[in-house]
Design a protein around this ligand. Structure first.
Ligand code: PLP
Length: 448
């Protein structure tokens, strides 16, 4: 397929950037979008064969394909155990139960994330307590964790946000000093490295989504990974009653499997977390090609950001080169936005102008959870007061201004195109759209 735009010299790039902004009636920097450059997941005949075989066998609810997928995933991840789930939310709930989160406990997590990184604490009688994020990594800030640890803190949830590895070294040191468990949410970062080590194998347990929009995308699916046999068995006891008789050995979990006559165990808490085997089948075929595919994404995304290195107002969200850390599949890639370098142009106006150029931008980041009414007003279990107050037995709510970086980041980040192939000419065109708007920001500021 031919690139939408041929950019063979920096002269052509300069010409694109010198033209009038598309939003003001000029020519688009990307005259023709290339949807196939962004399409995901890449599905081949092999994926189709594997999924259809499960359907034809009627084995959607069986475990044989799932066990093979778990084995392969554990090898890839570098953990002793991998336990597949019906979605990432369930895997993270199992992980919380696995480390012992229960009534009256507190779980420290970032506010700037998808809700399933932390809200499940409220299903276990516990409450989330939010820590702020580091403005560079957009991941939980190790310097804001320790002061939030109390006698009730059971776990810290770390999200490798938009593929960027969190600073796990200091986080693990704090957790180990206080006897608190670390749960990694790897839903954005399958295959990402932190200082050469695989994200998802660094904490005490990890949970991740594998739903259709993530960088490892196999449907509605999730995975829990750990080296800790007790955490693994607790997760089985909580959400996988059908495998409990085979897998449970810890005496504390005996009630799950102790009844004679029952063909299976009974789950602790009544959750059914089993994955559909069509997803496991696609998991096996997708995993076989995943390392090569994310290598292409790495090349493409780094190329895009390298082209914008000296552009005012925008910076890459990625680890330092040579740090040994990588962005995995670059799920939901974002850039940092510095409006003070662009005459104060609000990020929404920047994004709007980039999209008019055909540049594929967007908001990029979540809204911070701590300001949502569910965390401040909702009385979920009829306690006569907000659940977060009832469960913590003190007011842990965090109002406006309590997490300044998380609250500000919506004005300081924007979405960038998520390239799936390294096509230099095409990527140069999309990069030109961002540079063009940055260079013309003054014209937009005057109109705003
Ligand atoms: C997608 C996502 C989840 C939840 O996974 P599901 O598979 O959608 O249940 C959890 N955490 C983060 C950070 C996510 O982005």
């Amino acid at each position: 397929m031919s690139p939408a735009i041929e950019i063979s010299s920096s002269n052509e790039l300069s010409a694109i950037c010198a033209a009038d902004l598309a939003i003001l009636g000029g020519p688009k920097a990307v005259p023709q979008d290339e949807p196939d450059l962004f399409h995901w997941p890449i599905v081949t005949a092999e994926d189709e064969r594997a999924v259809v075989e499960v359907l034809r066998e009627g084995s959607m609810s069986d475990l044989s394909v799932t066990r093979r997928f778990e084995g392969e995933w554990a090898k890839y991840q570098g953990t002793r155990y991998a336990l597949a789930h019906c979605n990432g939310t369930a895997a993270l709930l199992s992980a919380m139960f696995g480390v012992g989160v229960g009534r009256g406990d507190e779980v420290i997590c970032p506010s700037l994330t998808y809700w399933a990184s932390g809200l499940q604490a409220m299903s276990l009688g516990a409450t989330p307590v939010f820590a702020d994020i580091d403005p560079r990594t957009l991941c939980i800030d190790p310097n804001d964790i320790e002061r939030r640890i109390t006698g009730r803190t059971k776990a810290i949830v770390v999200v490798h946000y938009c593929g960027h590895p969190a600073d796990m070294g200091p986080i693990m040191a704090i957790a180990n000093r206080h006897g608190v468990k670390v749960i990694e949410d790897v839903s954005h970062a399958h295959g990402a490295l932190y200082k050469g080590r695989m994200c998802g194998a660094l904490g005490h347990v990890s949970g991740m989504s594998m739903m259709a929009k993530k960088s490892f995308a196999i449907g509605e699916a999730g995975m829990l990974c750990t080296d800790d046999r007790e955490i693994y068995e607790r997760a089985v006891a909580f959400a996988h009653y059908e495998r409990a008789k085979e897998e449970i050995t810890f005496p504390s979990l005996r009630p799950v499997v102790a009844a004679d006559g029952f063909p299976t165990g009974l789950p602790l808490g009544g959750i059914k977390g089993r994955i559909n085997q069509t997803c496991s089948a696609m998991g096996l075929t997708q995993l076989a090609t995943y390392p090569q595919r994310i290598a292409a994404i790495q090349d493409a995304m780094n190329r895009f950001w390298d082209l914008l290195e000296d552009c005012p107002g925008i910076r890459p969200h990625r680890p330092e080169k040579g740090s040994g850390s990588t962005m995995g599949g670059w799920y939901n890639p974002v850039g940092h936005y510095a409006p003070e370098e662009l005459g104060g142009l609000p990020v929404e106006k920047f994004v709007e102008a980039v999209n008019a150029e055909g540049g594929r931008s967007g908001r990029g980041v979540n809204f911070p959870m701590h300001l949502h009414p569910v965390l401040n007003e909702a009385d979920v279990y009829h306690d006569g007061r907000p659940t977060r107050v009832a469960f913590a037995d003190r007011d842990v709510r965090q109002g406006p201004g309590s997490l300044p970086v998380s609250e500000r980041v919506g004005q300081r980040a924007f979405g960038v195109p998520w390239f799936k192939y390294d096509r230099p000419e095409s990527i140069a065109g999309y990069a030109a759209a961002f540079r063009k708007v940055a260079l013309h920001a003054g014209e937009l500021t005057r109109r705003a």
